[in-house]
Ligand binder design. Structure first.
Ligand code: 13P
Length: 278
């Protein structure tokens, strides 16, 4: 069933569980993730970045692709279609109009007052459409030359003010993770996660979930994270398998066989992350 993320995250938070957002790139990604989550009977958030929306053809294409797969594959588990890192109010409106159940408005680069102002605009529109809203404050670190350049972790007072003013449904704080595949160690601030969780009822989201061991993901959950976003780990596993397949099958031209050679890898990553809830 298609749902927004509110109930999913509320239940997960109460049960000290994590809901995963797996990012999608195309029909095949979506199909594999839906099939695996349905098999494992776990709710899932399908994250779609603006560049993935552009790649697939537009918000309506993404929405109809997801909705049609849910119908034709008879997916029974709860599914939330979510815009990841929406960069403007207009982009969130386009997603909502196309039928997305959830949007992220990411104004984390702006001063907190402006972030609050724009996030409030999105919340007002989303609430009228039964759509959930995620926002981000603080500055996540970045990958530089394969290593990690640290950002500025979220400040507790800012987080309290932000939630009071915007009433978003979930909050992505900067706690030391980065997006993508990196070399070296991350310095995750578990005590900050604990402090945020102790002071806020709003579910907390961990961006940059790839490259973290299952133990670290569990530690983040136990500190107070309710949603974890995974993108690069799936891309990495899929592309490694496809490269290997092509090396062994140099004459193959059937795209279904080439693309499909990475399906099991996608499903394995999804299943292994979900395992932390057991
Ligand atoms: P990773 O690519 O590190 O998994 O990050 C995904 C993410 O946070 C999407 O918003």
């Amino acid at each position: 069933m298609l749902v927004n993320s509110k109930k999913m995250l509320k239940k997960a938070k109460k049960d000290n569980q994590v809901v995963f957002q797996f990012n999608i790139n195309n029909l095949e990604w979506t199909k594999c993730i839906l099939e695996e989550c349905d098999k494992l009977k776990v709710p899932v958030i399908l994250g779609v970045s603006e560049s993935a929306v552009k790649y697939m053809g537009g918000f309506n294409v993404v929405a109809s692709l997801c909705f049609s797969l849910i119908t034709d594959l008879n997916i029974k588990t709860d599914v939330c279609l979510h815009l990841d890192h929406g960069s403007s109010v207009e982009s969130c409106i386009k997603a909502i109009d196309a039928g997305f159940n959830s949007v992220m408005i990411d104004m984390s680069k702006l001063p907190i007052e402006e972030n609050i102002k724009i996030t409030k605009e999105v919340v007002a529109i989303a609430k009228n459409n039964d759509v959930s809203v995620e926002a981000e404050i603080g500055a996540m670190g970045k990958i530089q030359n394969g290593g990690v350049e640290s950002g500025t972790n979220t400040n507790l007072e800012d987080a309290i003010l932000f939630i009071k003013e915007t009433k978003v449904d979930s909050l992505a704080p900067a706690v030391g993770t980065v997006h993508g595949i990196y070399k070296g160690e991350l310095n995750i601030d578990y005590s900050l996660i604990k402090k945020l969780a102790a002071n806020l009822e709003t579910p907390l989201v961990l961006h940059g979930g790839s490259g973290l061991s299952l133990d670290i993901l569990r530690k983040c959950r136990d500190a107070g994270i309710t949603k974890i976003n995974i993108n690069s780990d799936i891309q990495d596993a899929w592309s490694k398998n496809v490269k290997e397949y092509l090396n062994e099958n140099k004459e193959e031209i059937d795209p279904r066989k080439i693309i499909g050679s990475g399906f099991e890898a996608i499903k394995e990553v999804v299943a292994s992350k979900i395992n932390i809830n057991k």
